[in-house]
Design a binder for this molecule. Sequence first.
Ligand SMILES: C[S@@+](CC[C@H](N)C(=O)[O-])C[C@H]1O[C@@H](n2cnc3c(N)ncnc32)[C@H](O)[C@@H]1O
Length: 423
Amino acid sequence: MAVRIGDEIVLDLVDNAFGGEAVGRINNLVIFVPFAIKGEKVRVKIISKKRRMLFADLLEVIEPSPERQEPFCKNFGRCGGCQYQHIKYPYQLEIFVKQLKDLLIRTGGFLELPEILPALPSPKTTHYRNRIDLHPAVGEAGEPYYGFCLRNAPKTIFPLTECPIFALEDDFSKIPMRMEDKLLVLRTHSGEPYYYFKDNHNVVSSKPYDYKTKESLGDEDVFYDFCGLRFFNSYSGFFQVNPSLLETFAKVVRDFAQPKSDDLLLDVYCGAGFFGLTLAKEVKKVLGVEIDPSSIAYAKKNAEAAGFTNCEYTADFAENFLKGLLETGVKPDICILDPPRTGLTNKAVSAVKHLEPKRLIYISCGPPTFARDAAKFANAGYQLSKIQPLDLFPHTKHFELISLFEWKGKGLGSPTKSAESEE
Ligand SMILES: C[S@@+](CC[C@H](N)C(=O)[O-])C[C@H]1O[C@@H](n2cnc3c(N)ncnc32)[C@H](O)[C@@H]1O
């Protein structure tokens, strides 16, 4: 029986795909169904097709999974932010481990899986995010409002007055914050809420304002206290979005890095220096690199505030910096990589491979790009020893991971399909 767009069918769901949807199969076609769970029998309507993949809307859950729960946000389903509120929290964590294994096998081509530890839960599963970006819109009666993009219709903004995963437990529509055509960025730092505006291309358009008084905060730094250190940052600079898991995050990085007093540690994509600084007192030297000069200025300031004299920071492309380091003949012992979700460029992988750090700690919020890059390190002679997934983003499809690669020598890395085909 051919399946066409518009058809309604009953489907048994056999997996939870990376990206948030459950998966069914019919006539050798894969069907992706949002807001459903592996093991459920559902009635769906096919809405689109791409090659051998069909995409459906969920119409009815005929046989629910025991892992199903009532979503806690009234906007769940129409908002593009959360994908998993209908799934009990412990099972969300299990899903991530299974998705990671699948990605390592399918995308990375790993023939043997590393030790994958159970995903670490977030201590806070609501009101955990320290940042949301709200889009400006105008209602039918001409009234301005702020909101989020509708799922599957990113140009349509629905009004959002509160968000149960954002740190601030408040109705933010009460506050007449507005800058024509600009997005409103609401953030908290060490518990204090503030806001500023930016344009559609992420260019910051205003100074920060105190959320409660609405007064300008001028050029004041914001700060975060973690691991016994104070991390100053620019009000618009990158900071990890879920502070409730951050001390644990740093502890796992330390466990994997096993710092020693004569180690040279590279902190690549260092932001304002978070990971390197949490290890600075245990190693000989920290070299940090980051593309954003303002973050580098804060990394320097944070090292100075902590009294560390063994940290050097450079504002540059990671690729250039690593290549330059290679030319000096310096041999790092530990290399922390924490790139954006897009992962590493070939140039960055190549430079790290040639530097041959003994221990490589690759932190990723993009598991598919991680699986791709991990295979390249494995083929170069690294053993992918273990991975710790962490749920930095409860109720969403996203998860973070910390991985440990150990240098074994050329040809002695974790076996992958691509290495086999190169032989
Ligand atoms: C996931 S954040 C990590 C920040 C930092 N490790 C932390 O925990 O705060 C990725 C960082 O990589 C930086 N970045 C992006 N592309 C880069 C590149 N080609 N070279 C160096 N840094 C880059 C971004 O500016 C951002 O600060």
